[in-house]
Design a protein around this ligand. Sequence first.
Ligand code: SF4
Length: 276
Amino acid sequence: MLQQTQVERVRSHYYPAFLAKFPTLSALAKASLDEVLAAWSGLGYYQRAKNLHKTAQLHPQGLPKSFEELRKLPGIGEYTAAAICSFAYHQPVAVVDTNIKRALCRLFALPNPTPATLRRLATQFLHPTRPKEHNLALMDLGALICTPKTPKCDECPLQSFCQAEDPLLFGQSKSQKRENKTLHFGIYAQEGRLAMVRSTQKLYEGMLLFPPAAPQSQPLATYRHTYTRYNLTISLHPLHTPPKNAIWIDIKRVQEHPLASLVTKGIELLRQKLVL
Ligand code: SF4
């Protein structure tokens, strides 16, 4: 949930609402994919919701307890498997997130270690009897003290051990440049309902999107939206007939449908402009 949504919004809204709706793996397993995607609407990275749903269906009574078995589940990579083992099961497994990676690179003066080297090092460095606290402490160290641009070395409890003479030479991740993209969608509304289509594009697969449309000189609305590595410019154009494969949604009950923020933002804008 935190991939592209601020902690406060997840904590105050998305996380409690999702857990209230699906309090157990078995409740999540029994829900339809549309219900799960609707609860995930606005969080982005919809593949995550689908993977959670698939995993719940594979293990409705509880997740496996070993790192290797967890790794086999949809969407669970090394980091998530290690985090579950450490934080949920208190197993001696090293967790390496971006913050821990940066701190380790600096502590051991490693300019560009491979993931395997980092994991080996993190495992050797792990506290033998308090691995969970160790992982949490390193996460906090990376997030609050050993920060990317201005590490607070004077406040760092590991300063005497740290091998980085110039911390900024180590553990810097390359910032990814966003790509600009323009998308054109069509709007067809009838009796309080709006025509949508089920997306087959990888980015929004399974979600409902506005139907595609050819660009027109006078769009109903144009707005910007940032999603994963894209800066999107979106234009909404009037359609004169509904799309063949239309899925109709009630404009007053949009929250019940699996709609991406790109769509809810567009609907809100059309409401403000009194188009809907
Ligand atoms: S001493 Fe500085 S560079 Fe080294 S781990 Fe601490 S904050 Fe990071």
